[in-house]
Design a protein around this ligand. Sequence first.
Ligand SMILES: [Zn+2]
Length: 244
Amino acid sequence: MPHLTFFRSIVAVALAAMGLTIAPAPSQAADNAMPPLPGVSIITAAEQYNISHLYYAGPKVRLTFDDCATQARLTGMENWLKAYNIQAMFFFTGRCMLAHPTYASQLVQAGQLLANHSYDHGDYSRMTAAQIKDEVRRYGSVIPTTTPKLCRPPYGAGAFSVGVYDALAQAGCRPAFWTVDTRDWDGSTAATIIGRVKYGDATTPRVYPGGVILMHGTGPHTLEALPGIRQALIDRGYATFHIN
Ligand SMILES: [Zn+2]
């Protein structure tokens, strides 16, 4: 069957080309290795808690920063976090890490945690399982991730859906959401951002122990808001995670 043989060789060439383009390097693939998680048929209340609190139950509050940042802003955030020995979690996209090749090592050296926020910031709730897995793996092909491996769906879309949960589980990843949405990306002032953390508003609850604060490296006033957020946590007797 010459036609079939020819077809197979074409497929092999195509797969090899795809492998060269999107497959992670072997050492990075090893860093991303994690036993598969079980699929679920329902997101239980306990699992919803885990997704919102990043699988943490305790007295501390986690600061998280999504998407990307300019070098100047990232350095400012790192310096501020270091000054108070705070360990935050950075959900930057794979595309961001590719555009800024020093960010991953810079953050790790600063004692900060990296987690997966997709490669290209697509809406997981509109994607097939294969597309979601590809987004997770393409991020992983740019940088190694932390343990436990957490994946925050862009926009939080699908974070509590069975389909997205299972697709992430197949990629060795646990869904991650937040408890406080500062909406710092929309140009809100530092005072407004701090107010949302302290008091909540119509769309977000206020911070509480075990909570996770969603911020963005792209937020124009986020860096400016950090001292007020820290003070609000101190006033309420809440601790943050420390750099080891
Ligand atoms: Zn995002």
